[in-house]
Design a protein around this ligand. Structure first.
Ligand SMILES: [Zn+2]
Ligand SMILES: [Zn+2]
Length: 419
């Protein structure tokens, strides 16, 4: 938990990708019983963190007091830096060490004060005890239901999500659904990314292969090959928060492809709590999960075969470009490239994504083809994650997306090996 803050110039990039999303459900499993008491009314959602009626938010304030930074102390960069214990009356966050530094840094703070205020109210709303109608997700879609995945609004509308009528509801729900719906959005036939724009010709080949499995009816219609009802394997490597999502959240991805069973493999050191054994479980006959905390290149050896028609990879904000992680990632990326299956990656902001892309271009040059050019993700989380160690840093989970695939021809092959 302790932050390493070596630079007095601030802006030391601390990775703020969430490890878990469980707290969004209030920790304990809440049953919708008569015990659901309203703790906070809708006109009473703003509280200074230290005076919040919600223990979890008081704790958040305490964490900032302990590990956070006063931006004025940080910028002045001399001698002793004092912890942020002074709470801004407008956003309720402990932003500065003292009232003096608060007033000195007020102009700079204005940039994020509104963001923090919104976060404050959102987080109180989430724990207010009101009936969270926006979390009542639609069930299986009809076979002829035409879902459009152009963006969140159109997706929610065409998929008939109930009560998605405020930007606050969209922020709450998109923070969870960004993972399954980002995956679905690239696979879906109404994918918002277009050939020749974001999707390269190589990318179209990968997606067309996967869609022969996902849309067997189209094949049957064209009367070519018999429909394949094979399982799609989604390998989520370096899984973190996405592995802690309740299984029914992933069901929202499966519903979009009513013909196809999915097996989601969450692999990586943070895919499981330390005290849990790797295991496989299923939610229903169409959705299976494996949780395994090995490094991906070890897990890879357990898989018999890979097929670009049925298998793909997703790396959510992997941080491949971070100096501390780059070497660790290498054998795993190498294995994923060898499969020739599609690999999609996300980043939490422009710099994060650019950093990863630069590392991939340097370390795997000549070994991969682009399948999707880097672009902003239509299905990013609309709720920001705030770095408690430096409130000036905020991100959107899955802000951007890009894709690569191992090259079809290995240039080191002898000519006689090629067909
Ligand atoms: Zn200060
Ligand atoms: Zn403020």
């Amino acid at each position: 938990m302790a932050a390493v803050r070596s630079s007095c110039r601030g802006a030391t990039l601390t990775v703020v990708r969430p490890l878990s999303l469980k707290s969004i459900f209030g920790g304990k499993s809440k049953q919708p019983t008569e015990q659901n008491k309203i703790i906070l009314d809708q006109d009473n959602l703003f509280h200074k963190l230290s005076q919040s009626p919600i223990a979890e938010l008081r704790d958040r304030g305490a964490i900032i007091n302990k590990y956070g930074v006063c931006p004025v102390c940080d910028t002045e960069c001399q001698g002793h830096k004092k912890p942020p214990v002074f709470e801004c009356p407008d956003c309720g966050y402990p932003t500065h060490c003292s009232s003096e530094h608060y007033h000195e840094g007020k102009a700079a703070h204005q940039e994020i004060c509104g963001i923090l205020r919104e976060q404050n109210e959102d987080d109180h709303d989430l724990r207010s005890g009101r009936a969270m109608k926006e979390f009542e997700f639609p069930s299986a879609q009809g076979f002829d239901e035409a879902v459009n995945m152009a963006n969140w609004d159109i997706f929610f509308y065409t998929r008939a999500f109930p009560s998605m009528d405020s930007s606050r509801s969209i922020r709450h729900v998109s923070k969870l659904l960004t993972y399954p719906v980002t995956v679905a959005s690239v696979l879906h036939e109404s994918c918002p990314y277009k050939l020749g724009k974001e999707i390269t010709p190589e990318g179209m080949r990968s997606l067309a292969a996967l869609r022969t499995i996902l849309y067997p009816r189209d094949i049957a219609k064209e009367n070519t090959a018999p429909a394949r009802t094979e399982m799609i394997n989604l390998y989520v490597i370096g899984a973190r928060a996405e592995a802690t999502l309740p299984p029914h959240i992933w069901l929202q991805m499966a519903y979009l492809f009513p013909h196809t069973p999915f097996h989601i493999h969450f692999v990586g050191p943070d895919a499981l709590p330390a005290n849990k054994e790797p295991h496989t479980t299923s939610l229903n006959e169409r959705l299976m999960f494996t949780y395994d905390n090995s490094l991906y290149h070890d897990y890879h050896e357990k898989i018999e075969k890979f097929d670009p028609y049925t298998d793909l990879f997703f790396l959510f904000s992997p941080g491949i470009g971070h100096p501390s992680a780059r070497e660790t990632w290498k054998p795993s990326i190498q294995k994923a490239l060898e499969t020739k299956c599609a690999i999609f990656l996300t980043g939490f902001d422009h710099a994060d994504m650019a950093n990863d892309i630069e590392a991939v271009e340097q370390d795997y040059s000549g070994e991969f083809d682009w399948i999707m050019k880097p672009t902003e993700n239509e299905f990013r989380s609309m709720k920001r994650d705030i770095n408690l160690m430096d409130l000036r840093q905020t991100i959107f989970a899955n802000w951007g997306i890009w894709g690569i695939r191992g090259k079809h021809y290995d240039v080191t092959h002898q000519p006689e090996d090629d067909e």
